[in-house]
Design a protein around this ligand. Structure first.
Ligand code: 5GP
Length: 220
């Protein structure tokens, strides 16, 4: 079990955004992390991409037609939405709200442009933390993508090109984590450490919580 910040003092308010090139092992790391820490709620994105054989609607993604996705854009349902490899992907505001209602921090697995879009937004009372997962090398990425056999040759090449441009954007991220082959647990542990540090930040939320305990009013 994950050592939690003191639940009396910490009120979940994080939107933890995890990015990294396709094949960097983000999903494996995030799934392991969510199993360890039940105060994290994984945001299920919407996409127009076709489901892979193992994927289920409402579990891996909300699979939408292009028309449905565009309707959501018009209705302002997305916190961010982007095009990736010819398909649309987006984070529904309702997913973040559901985490807040459940008293949990949100965790998002999204590509770089969408992450930077979230970073620009004022999410108060929540705040974003951006973490980038670095794969060992482009060769490893290619091997991992080939092994999973979910993309055509052209799609695979496109994903590798996007990977290079994504790594260039790491300078905008708050943290990086490496994910070498066979070291998922190390990556999970590194992310846990980051989350714990972020939960221990002295911020307005903590002051709000602590003042009544000390009998101090906000103006003091
Ligand atoms: P995949 O097709 O491999 O599931 O995802 C392709 C890329 O889209 C990955 O980098 C993934 O992190 C990203 N992605 C998944 N959901 C979202 C989302 O809601 N918004 C954005 N901007 N990217 C997403």
């Amino acid at each position: 079990m994950f050592p939690m910040a003191n639940p009396h003092l910490y009120k979940p308010n994080l939107v933890i955004v995890i990015s990294g090139p396709s094949g960097s092992g983000k999903s494996t790391v995030i799934n392991a992390l969510c199993k360890l820490d039940e105060t994290l709620r994984l945001s299920i994105s919407a996409t127009t991409r076709n489901p892979r054989r193992s994927e289920k609607d409402g579990v891996d993604y909300h699979f939408l037609s292009k028309a449905e996705f565009e309707k959501h854009i018009q209705q302002g349902s997305f916190l961010e939405s982007e095009e990736y490899g010819g398909n649309l992907y987006g984070t529904l505001k309702s997913e973040i709200a559901a985490a807040r209602e459940a008293g949990k921090d949100s965790i998002l697995e999204i590509e770089v442009k969408g992450s930077l879009e979230i970073q620009k937004q004022n999410l108060a009372p929540a705040r974003s933390v951006l973490i980038f997962i670095i794969p060992p090398s482009l060769t490893t990425l290619e091997e991992r993508l080939r092994r999973r056999k979910t993309e055509s040759e052209a799609e695979l090449k496109q994903r590798l090109d996007i990977a290079k441009s994504e790594v260039r954007e790491i300078k905008h991220y708050d943290y990086w984590v490496s994910n070498p082959e066979d070291a998922v647990q190390d990556a999970v542990q590194q992310i846990q450490t980051i989350i714990n540090a972020e939960r221990s930040r002295v911020d307005d939320k903590l002051i709000e919580t602590i003042n009544p305990l000390l009998g101090v009013s906000c103006g003091d």
